[in-house]
Design a protein around this ligand. Structure first.
Ligand code: GCU
Length: 595
């Protein structure tokens, strides 16, 4: 608690010290602090939190986090905000969806809630935040514990040594400013939702804690499983794969790796079989449901369990007309039902890590997943801090989802200009992903060379799958150029059309024909699917996009703050004509390719 003299000094500093934020930018909450949470009991911290938007970072300047709860009448000094009372908001949520006055707010906001805790000398306590956009600073009882960068991945804070008996106060300062050095940077074609929009939980563990467990088939074979575990404070563990095997593992410096002779039933969209896995180490135990499959490329073929596959996909944003970026089970189930109605076997989760439930449900319903980090458009590639941020987001995504059989592609970015700095940055990300996970394909959504009308990008040699975003017939007028590109290009690896499509405003304000009409969009889908079906090296597509989505970039009369390239309108119910065209094309493809 600040003494009277400190308060006076602090009040002055709050006026004059423009370096106020430096002390709260440790960026220490990274993938290294993750623990494995599968099968653990979580104490939910969701619900009402005290909340305040803070346009001027006054709370950092004046150190609101250092205040103590006190009845207003007993306060001896004037105050500008009392975090222990006042307005409340639900967590998880995006502040833009709660009050009109916050719709366009971009900046920092304070979330405060009490925690009644008893220190446990034999245990440890971890806070998990599912996602908070973008910079989340964590304070407990006035102490700054660190901050996390990145709007779409989970992070952990160990509270063990900071807890006091009884009432504790947890404060989060969440800042969603769009900045040039962030990932994504300040210009995107999606809405910049802010806040704590995924679940917040507490995990109690024994002293010895399981931080990671990774399982997969050994490279190029179907009769050996590799298991790798990271456990703090234990030198052995027991791994059980229900119905398959049970083994003892020994650890060195907290890491254990073992190769097990076992021939699991393979996971595939047709048979999404999952195994129950349990890992026990000392008093700690975690669980997961894991499918085993091989995903590889051979020349321009994508092979699933050794057989060529054509990816019948759709792209999707994490966006909702009413909830913003908050994900619900019901919304995810609807999303996969729509994908099934489209005859999809593949989904691109754009342009950032989606809620972990998306990949878990894809595991269960047999949809292959392209997962991506938001290295989007003109990232500050030469900036080492931006690179560290991107690498960490990638590491967090991989650590969170690498046991998901459905996830077959890690995408390291979208539509970045082919510069030297970008090549260095993104080839580094590709190498990082391979080092963390050699079992999946690496991709990026690249652009065609509009001058030479060829698929040519220096990054492709660092990729397994070349994603191509093309909008012939929409942004690029001459549709025949798509055919020319098809002929001119001879990629040596599989191409997935990671985006194509057109806007269609089917509301009463929408046009009956021409650009932005339903008929025009439908025609584009007819022409695109017909042309792409003829290109041998094209091994899949994920048209842009399943649902219309919110974006302030779009202010035209037929857009009104929305990108209307959805095959379904923003109500997530009304289908556009192009939906059936794509569904019919995929039904045909499935027959032709037998997958
Ligand atoms: C780009 C971009 C998307 C965007 C889309 C569009 O390709 O990757 O994020 O929404 O085009 O223009 O609709």
């Amino acid at each position: 608690m600040l003494e009277r003299s400190e308060l006076a000094e602090n009040a002055l500093a709050a006026l004059h010290d423009e370096g106020y934020a430096r002390a709260y930018d440790a960026r220490n909450l990274t993938h290294r602090g993750m623990i494995f949470t599968g099968g653990r009991v979580a104490q939910s911290l969701d619900g009402e939190w005290n909340f305040c938007v803070d346009l001027l970072d006054t709370g950092l300047r004046q150190k609101w986090f250092a205040m103590q709860p006190q009845p207003p009448a007993e306060r001896s000094e004037p105050w500008d905000y009392d975090p222990f009372m006042g307005e409340v908001v639900p967590v998880p949520s995006n502040w833009q969806m709660l009050q009109d006055k916050w719709y366009f707010f971009e900046g920092g906001s304070w979330y405060t809630r009490p925690l009644d805790l008893e220190p446990d000398p034999d245990g440890r306590l971890f806070l998990r935040v599912g996602a908070a956009s973008y910079d989340c600073k964590v304070f407990l009882n006035g102490a700054y514990l660190g901050n996390h960068l990145g709007a779409s991945t989970p992070f952990f804070v160990e509270l063990t040594d900071h807890v006091r008996p009884g009432r504790n106060w947890l404060m989060l300062f969440v800042d969603n400013r769009r900045q040039a050095d962030r990932v994504p940077m300040q210009n995107t074609d999606w809405f910049n939702y802010g806040g704590v929009y995924r679940e917040v939980s507490l995990y109690r563990t024994p002293q010895a804690v399981i931080r990671d467990m990774v399982l997969s088939l050994a490279p190029d074979c179907y009769d050996r499983i590799i298991a790798r575990v990271e456990i703090e404070g234990a030198d052995s563990a027991r791994l059980r794969i229900e119905g398959l095997t049970e083994v003892e593992m020994s650890l060195t410096d907290g890491v254990g790796e073992i190769e097990i002779a076992a021939s699991p039933r393979l996971w595939s969209p047709e048979d999404p079989h999952l195994y129950d896995v349990t890992l026990t180490a000392g008093a700690d135990q975690v669980r997961d449901r894991v499918g085993f499959r091989q995903i590889q490329r051979r020349g321009t073929e994508i092979l699933l369990n050794g057989s060529p596959i054509w990816l019948r996909g759709i792209a999707v944003h994490e966006d909702d007309r009413d909830l913003g970026k908050v994900t619900t089970e019901e919304d995810l189930i609807r999303r996969f039902d729509h994908a099934r109605d489209l005859n999809c076997n593949f989904m691109r989760l754009a342009h950032y890590p989606h809620h972990e439930r998306a990949a878990q449900l894809a595991d269960e319903c047999g949809i292959l997943i392209w997962a991506e980090i938001p290295v989007y458009w003109a990232i500050d590639f030469p900036n080492p801090a931006t690179r560290a941020d991107a690498e960490n987001q990638l590491a967090e995504l991989i650590r969170r989802d690498r046991n998901r059989a459905s996830v077959v592609i890690w995408s390291i970015g979208n539509e970045n200009a082919d510069t030297d700095a970008r090549l260095d940055f993104m080839s580094g990300l590709a190498a990082h992903a391979r080092a963390m996970d050699p079992t999946r394909l690496i991709a990026a959504a690249c652009l065609v060379n509009h001058q030479t009308l060829r698929i040519e990008d220096r990054l492709t040699e660092h990729l397994d799958v070349i994603g191509i975003n093309e909008y012939y017939g929409w942004y690029d007028e001459d549709f025949d150029d798509l055919g020319r590109i098809g002929k001119n290009s001879s990629p040596d690896r599989p191409v997935v059309i990671s985006e194509t499509g057109a806007d269609a405003d089917i509301s009463p304000e929408g046009p009956a024909e021409g650009l932005f009409s339903e008929a025009y969009q439908a025609e584009i889908y007819r022409k695109q699917t017909a042309t792409l079906a003829g290109l041998d090296y094209v091994k899949g597509m994920s048209p842009w996009i399943l649902y219309d989505f919110r974006t302030e970039r779009r202010q035209g009369i037929y857009q009104r703050g929305w990108n209307r390239k959805g095959l379904i309108a923003a109500d997530k119910t009304t289908r556009k004509a192009a939906f059936d065209i794509l569904a019919a094309f995929y039904a045909e493809r499935a027959k032709e390719t037998g997958s």
